[in-house]
Structure formats: C-alpha cells, structure tokens
Design a protein around this ligand. Structure first.
Ligand code: FAD
Length: 139
C-alpha cells in the first residue's frame, strides 16, 4: 500500500545548525533511498513543507523520526492518504527554496504569494506541491 504524508513545521529560532538544509537533504536522501521513500521538501528559511511518499510503514517511520528532530518545531500533520502512484517517483527528496519562480506558483494558492503553509488548506497545499513538481527541484 502506497501512502502520501504532508506536514509543515517551523525552523528553530536558533536556526538549522551546521550545514543547514544541505545536511538535512543529505540525511534525507540517503535514508529515503534505502527505504524507497520519495518526496519534496520546500523551505523558505522560516518554514518547512514536506511531502513523503512510499510504503505506509516506511513513510510512518520516516515521519516519526522527522517529527522529533530538534532542528524544527510545531511539526503539524496536514494529510495522509493512500495513493495509486507516486507524484515524485524520481526524487529521494526533491528540494525547492521559495525563489522567484516558485513564488509565481505560490501566488496561485496563497494570498500575496507569501509562503505561509499554516494559513492554507490541506487541499491547497497538496495541489501546490504537485504543481511544484514541474519545477527543477534536483535530487
Ligand atoms: P541520528 O542521525 O542518529 O541523530 C540522532 C538525533 O539527532 C535525531 O533526533 C536527529 O533528528 C538529530 N540530528 C541529526 N542530525 C542533526 C543535526 N545536524 N543537528 C541537530 N540534530 C540532529 N530524514 C529522513 O530520513 N527522510 C526525510 O525525508 C527527512 N526529512 C527531514 C526534513 C526536515 C525538515 C528535517 C528537520 C529533518 C529531516 N530528516 C529526514 C532528518 C531526520 O529528522 C533525522 O535526522 C534523520 O532521519 C536521521 O535519523 P536518526 O534517527 O538516524 O538520527
């Protein structure tokens, strides 16, 4: 059974520590590749928004590890769904900073083009992440 999980969180006031988001991506890609977890991480220096997809158990285990990571807080689950296929099959963890091209997509889902996932509905967040798939998010 394939599952998709989307959560958001806030960066700790002290910041991300050594290596910043690069370290997070290295850890994520290594562990996700081993567990066949794929997805997309969006980050704007204050907030994270992440989609994890894969086997139900693997996605659950990954989320439990992430949720207790001291680099962020107020980790809030937005939705968990069964899916027939992955939206990000080639990305062990795609990454997107909220740059000008991303803001153009964002503007269609969030008032003022501000990246404020807490003010968005789960449906909007999910649709926005899928739209961001067309952007070059690297792996
Ligand atoms: P270890 O590497 O043994 O670390 C032990 C503890 O220290 C854990 O609580 C860990 O969270 C914390 N930790 C590890 N590195 C640092 C550091 N540099 N600074 C401060 N604390 C640290 N992991 C995935 O596997 N897949 C993902 O998709 C993923 N996405 C993430 C997204 C965000 C926004 C964040 C903040 C983290 C993400 N991680 C992801 C990393 C995850 O939280 C764990 O750090 C990682 O999976 C290693 O887990 P571990 O139990 O082996 O911890």
């Amino acid at each position: 059974m394939l599952s998709e999980l989307i959560y958001m969180s806030d960066v700790q006031d002290e910041g991300l520590g050594d290596g910043g988001v690069v370290t997070i991506l290295e850890q994520s890609r290594r562990r996700n590749a081993a567990a066949s977890v794929t997805g997309l991480l969006v980050f704007d220096t204050h907030h994270f928004l992440q989609c994890l997809e894969g086997g139900r158990e693997e996605v659950t285990d990954t989320y439990h590890r992430i949720a207790v990571d001291p680099r962020h807080h107020d980790v809030t689950l937005m939705c968990v769904s069964d899916i027939d296929e992955r939206y990000f099959p080639d990305w062990s963890m795609g990454y997107l900073g909220v740059t000008a091209p991303a803001r153009q997509v964002l503007r269609r889902f969030s008032p003022n083009g501000v990246f404020a996932p807490r003010s968005m509905s789960a449906a909007s967040v999910s649709a926005m992440l899928k739209e961001l798939r067309s952007m070059d998010c690297g792996v």
